[in-house]
Design a protein around this ligand. Structure first.
Ligand code: KG4
Ligand code: ZN
Length: 338
């Protein structure tokens, strides 16, 4: 029997993406990141959905071409149903529905956050296989969660952020320092040559598995305002050290809670997922848990950290195996829990 071929479609925020997967092997993964939002310092929902409309057909077409298949070879279509920006989700959802009707193949809805976690099930050469149960620190621009993954379709959110997400904190603090959106990758780069102990920002004092990043943002804001009054060039003169100190604070907050989750659950398989899992300091610190706490750690390939359709396609593939299909009545959902 032929291994099923699935088309995955992702359009929850500002990336239009399509991927083709066969079994758990990615044949293509095309991501078109919308540049227009850089002029506004953050994603403008109305503009995002319009650009998805322009991009979706060429992106899907390119994914099919790069996979070197005929569209008639597609066995099912998986798409991001939510969570995300409603207007953006509507574009991918409507497109997936119409294509499934015209190709007469089943439709599979995917939760975006589940997609980030499932990126660990993509088969690649020379990769450690992840095994259940595992803890996944899922950190993106919209979410910060620690999820206990018991099985493919049995996940429990152990704790999440009470306010901003970790990626949002990187982006908003970056904006305060005059960096372009999204600031996370730039802060990561500048931190490489900065002194992370130069400035101290307070860590949130929260009991249990909970995160909060709005306090760090406010303390950086007040600190910068005060220093700029004394020296108008303060940010420019200290940019790398500011970045490294902010990054250290955010990553320590994440690390404290993943360590707590390991202690509470006794689970030593630890994964990271989502856009912020591209962060070099977070990756280094998570790998250190192998020697410090005897953990097995799982770090995703860079291309599967920020939003991409490969992760949506792999959920599609696994749901296909388990006959978990959706019908045409399914609707895009801005708030959608895993
Ligand atoms: O998963 P993602 O692409 O989109 C959402 O689902 O939100 O995550 C985007 C977030 C942005 O906030 C971006 O600044 C952050 O991930 N990010 C990073 C890095 N690369 C992306 N944050 C810190 N360090 C990075 N290297
Ligand atoms: Zn995401």
């Amino acid at each position: 029997m032929k291994t099923p071929i699935i088309l995955g479609i992702e359009s929850s925020c500002d990336d239009t993406s399509a991927a083709i997967i066969q079994g758990k092997k990615i044949l293509s993964n095309v991501v078109s990141t919308q540049k227009i939002h850089q002029d506004y310092g953050g994603v403008v929902p109305e503009l995002a959905s319009r650009v998805h409309l322009q991009n979706i057909v060429p992106v899907v077409h390119q994914a099919i071409q790069l996979a070197n298949i005929n569209k008639k070879a597609i066995d099912a279509i998986s798409f991001t149903r939510g969570p995300g920006l409603l207007g953006s989700l509507l574009v991918g959802t409507s497109f997936a529905k119409s294509l499934s009707m015209s190709l007469n193949v089943p439709l599979i809805e995917v939760n975006h956050m589940q997609g980030h976690i499932f990126a660990h099930f993509i088969e690649e050469d020379e990769k450690k296989n992840i095994c259940f149960p595992f803890l996944c620190l899922t950190v993106s621009g919209g979410h910060t969660q620690i999820v206990k993954v018991n099985d493919y379709f049995d996940m429990e959110v152990l704790g999440e952020t009470l306010d901003d997400a970790a990626g949002e904190a990187f982006d908003k603090i970056g904006k305060l320092m005059g960096l372009e959106y999204p600031a996370g990758p730039m802060i990561d780069n500048l931190s490489q040559i900065g002194n992370k102990d130069k400035f101290k920002f307070p860590l949130p004092k929260l009991k249990g598995i909970k995160f909060s990043f709005s306090g760090i943002k406010t303390s950086v804001l007040y600190f910068i305002q005060k220093e700029v009054e004394k020296n108008p060039n303060f940010i420019k003169d200290n940019l790398e050290d500011l970045c490294a100190s902010v990054q250290k604070t955010i990553i320590s907050a994440l690390l404290d809670k993943i360590k707590l989750a390991i202690k509470i659950t006794g689970i030593k398989n630890v994964a990271i997922a989502g856009g912020v899992s591209a962060n070099s300091e977070l990756r280094r610190e998570i790998i250190k848990l192998e020697s410090d706490l005897n953990c097995k750690t799982f770090i995703p390939k860079f291309e599967y950290t920020t939003d991409n359709a490969a992760m949506i396609a792999v959920v599609g593939s696994i749901k296909y195996e388990h006959h978990k299909f959706s019908d045409l009545k399914t609707v895009a959902t801005a708030r959608y829990k895993i």
